[in-house]
Design a protein around this ligand. Structure first.
Ligand SMILES: [Mg+2]
Length: 393
């Protein structure tokens, strides 16, 4: 050690950040069930890479229009160049603190999420440990994914689910689509009944109204009556039954409902979650690690939730890297029962060297290799990643 050099500074030069890049994904965007439906060529996800002078790179992803994210990364990049990538918390907070004037909580926060995930991935690789260990330790080595599927008309719902039962899933969430939009309680119940008729061997079933869709028409009394209906079908939770900002409505619904109430997938930054958690709006909080500000922010939110007796299951309508981050987070918290797994998305199933696979019980192993523990496959990203070479795979 040279004179004046702090002990912790040794080896840091190799982790000096040299570049930060954003690569939009296009061409295979899965449907969202939105009233203004996503088209395949729309970009709703982006991959982010942080490259260091020593040659190591970390990878993350964010859930937003990839071209917006690319511009956000261009804005944030000067705050990172030349910095030590190992200082994940300080760097991420520096991005938050210096972007307040461009609109907190939106695309910039989504992009910060991807950068933060990439920094955690880098740090894990640098020290040879999975992110879950860096977060405090692994409470579990595997977890049950629930297949997240769009609702369809009752006549088609059974077929939608059967294919995923055959793939080995044992937990399912159905959401969005026609539910709550036909004006008929009977029609809504018919969808749930059709699903339960197929899922009649002990499978978990969750129901997502999709209340963050544009102009969601239903209010508290609809949600109460629907929650009553769902009791008979033994659903694990009732998600986004109200518009996402309806704090008072969610508090009233949670107090009323015998079915657990979940939500908050559209909120970002821990500051937005606090009033919902403190008011008791949810039984289960569903922050999205690729939107809220990344792993660092998600940990703050989950710890706050736990202090208030609120469970955590991450929102995961994202990519294989987002799922990898969800898996590390789930490992680091003792009572997280599920991760969300989009059914039929190439961005989850088709971009890794070693794809995720279910075991005989329908569980996923939580990667134990350094960082996020997964490796992007350049060949599989060809044609769907705009500016793929910038990822340096
Ligand atoms: Mg949802």
């Amino acid at each position: 050690m040279s004179e004046g050099e702090a002990p912790g500074a040794r080896g840091m030069s190799s982790l000096t950040i040299e570049d930060v890049v954003c690569v939009p994904l296009v061409g295979e965007s899965p449907k969202g069930g939105w009233s203004n439906e996503i088209q395949p060529d729309d970009s709703i996800h982006a991959l982010i890479a942080v490259h260091t002078a020593g040659g190591a790179s970390g990878y993350g992803s964010c859930f937003t229009d990839g071209y917006l994210a690319k511009e956000a990364v261009r804005q944030l990049r000067p705050l990172l160049i030349g910095e030590n990538a190992a200082e994940v918390g300080r760097l991420t907070e520096t991005l938050h603190q210096n972007s307040f004037w461009m609109g907190r909580g939106g695309t910039l926060t989504h992009a910060i999420s991807g950068i933060n995930i990439a920094l955690w991935d880098l740090l894990g690789k640098a020290v040879g440990l999975p992110v879950s260990v860096l977060l405090g330790g692994r409470y579990k080595e595997r977890i049950e994914p629930y297949a997240s599927l769009l609702m369809d008309e009752p006549e088609k719902m059974g077929d939608v689910l059967s294919g995923y039962v055959e793939q080995g899933y044992r937990a399912f969430k159905i959401g969005w689509g026609p539910f709550g939009r036909s004006g008929s309680y009977a029609r809504d119940e018919a969808i749930i009944r059709a699903a339960r008729d197929v899922l009649c061997h002990g499978e978990h079933l969750m129901v997502d109204a999709g209340g963050s869709d544009a102009f969601w028409p239903n209010r508290l009394k609809w949600a109460m009556r629907t929650a009553d209906m769902l009791v008979d079908y033994e659903v694990d939770w009732f998600e986004e039954a109200l518009q996402p900002d309806d704090l008072e409505g969610f508090v009233a619904l949670r107090n009323y409902s015998r079915v657990p109430i979940s939500g908050a997938e559209v909120l970002t930054r821990w500051q937005s979650f606090r009033p919902f958690i403190e008011a008791g709006a949810f039984d289960i909080i569903q922050p999205d690690v690729t939107k809220v500000g990344g792993i660092t922010e998600q940990r703050r939110i989950v710890e706050m939730a736990e202090q208030h007796g609120v469970a955590y299951v991450g929102h995961g309508w994202n990519t294989a890297l987002g799922l990898a981050a969800d898996l590390q987070m789930a490992a680091a918290f003792a009572n997280t029962p599920f991760v969300e797994y989009i059914g039929g998305s190439r961005y989850v199933d088709g971009i890794l060297e070693t794809p995720f696979t279910l075991d005989a019980d329908g569980f996923l192993d939580i990667p134990a290799a350094p960082g996020l523990g997964v490796t992007l496959d350049s060949g599989r990203l060809d044609g769907i990643a705009v500016g793929l070479e910038a990822l340096r795979l």
